[in-house]
Write a protein that binds this ligand. Structure first.
Ligand code: TXA
Ligand code: MG
Length: 318
């Protein structure tokens, strides 16, 4: 596929080679995953990690997720436990991140994990990122490829819009299928969901054969990055809206307002996974169209709706 962006490349053997070379040399690469696009760098290299934080403008207190090809690779850096094995078996590779105790002999740069004694690990499913992970001999620290507090990117062009030419190589892997960030679950102690995602609490409980407790207060302490102001499209967002104000962009579920240019449906068929996958795309589109404000209708608080509500609530806190 041809495009007019000189730093966006379709995936092929040459681009694979080039991206591996860049990663080996401590250069940050824009990479597709099934959830959102990421900024990938060598998790063992302080220099690479520093570049990631600088590009994103991210506080150093907010640790990065470390991405691996498989559990065998990850077991060099984290302490594997039974719960991890069960969830890995069921959901990986896929859109879920596990927080685990770091091994004492782990080579992960302390800077990338906010000097914590835990590490968030993920096994992404997208073909491009899996091919790259298979061909390098270090894991990838990879936050979402957006400036800190912005909405995560779901296309290569979104990554370009965030960083322009500050990144030399962005691999185009198409639009991200999942469209919101992975579920983050802490398995270093009692299982706890730190960030809801498409893989929801009920599905996880089924695999663990155990109820997962809610503990918001503790969650904030454990996950320093989960600040309230996050996922912001840069214009005011109002949630749980019943009535359109006549001028704002209105995001909703269903197909009630078919032809009107100010109404944006997340899913015409009320499918919550589809709604999640369209959320960031629509937030960016609305911003580009020049709207000054976004209203969002009520989204049911169940399954993927929980993750959608989490993100729009944070967006509304900007
Ligand atoms: O879907 C995803 O997870 C994407 C793709 C690119 O893989 N990545 C992503 O990374 O969303 P990022 O950096 O935008 O979000 C990482 C989240 C943050 O909320 C951070 O606080 C949390 O994971 N996190 C990382 N390490 C942690 C740790 N040791 N304990 C608790 N939370 C941690
Ligand atoms: Mg992020």
């Amino acid at each position: 596929m041809k495009n007019s962006y000189t730093n966006i490349f379709s995936f092929n053997k040459n681009v694979l080679k080039k991206s591996i070379k860049n990663l080996n040399n401590g250069i940050i690469v824009g990479l597709p995953t099934e959830t959102v696009y990421g900024l990938g760098g060598n998790a063992y290299s302080k220099k690479s990690i520093e570049k990631i934080y600088k590009l994103k403008g991210r506080p150093k207190s907010n640790p990065l997720i470390v991405h691996y090809f498989d559990l065998k690779d990850a077991s060099k850096d984290i302490v594997v436990n039974e719960r991890l094995k069960k969830l890995y078996e069921k959901f990986c590779p896929g859109p879920i991140t596990f927080v685990l105790k770091k091994r004492n002999d782990s080579k992960i740069s302390p800077l990338g994990i906010a000097k914590l004694n835990t590490v968030a690990i993920r096994f992404p499913k997208h073909k491009v990122i899996r091919t790259i992970l298979k061909n390098i001999n270090f894991p990838l620290a990879m936050p979402s490829a957006n400036k800190s507090t912005n909405v995560s990117p779901v296309t290569a062009e979104d990554v370009y819009d965030e960083f322009k030419r500050k990144i030399k190589l962005i691999i185009d892997g198409g639009k991200c299928k999942i469209g919101i960030e992975s579920t983050v679950i802490d398995l270093s102690y009692e299982p706890k969901i730190l960030r809801p995602g498409i893989i929801d609490k009920i599905s996880i409980e089924k695999v663990l054969k155990k109820k997962i407790k809610k503990n918001i207060k503790k969650r904030k302490k454990i996950s320093p990055g989960m600040m309230l102001k996050h996922y912001s499209p840069g214009i005011p967002v109002l949630i749980n809206q019943k009535k359109h104000d006549g001028k704002s962009a209105f995001i909703y579920l269903g197909n009630k307002y078919k032809k009107k240019s100010k109404f944006f449906s997340l899913s015409k068929t009320l499918n919550l996974n589809e709604a999640a996958s369209n959320l960031y795309k629509i937030l960016r589109l609305i911003k580009k169209k020049g709207f000054k404000k976004i209203q969002i209708g009520k989204i049911p608080y169940l399954r993927s709706g929980i993750a959608i509500n989490d993100r729009i609530k944070r967006a509304s806190n900007s």
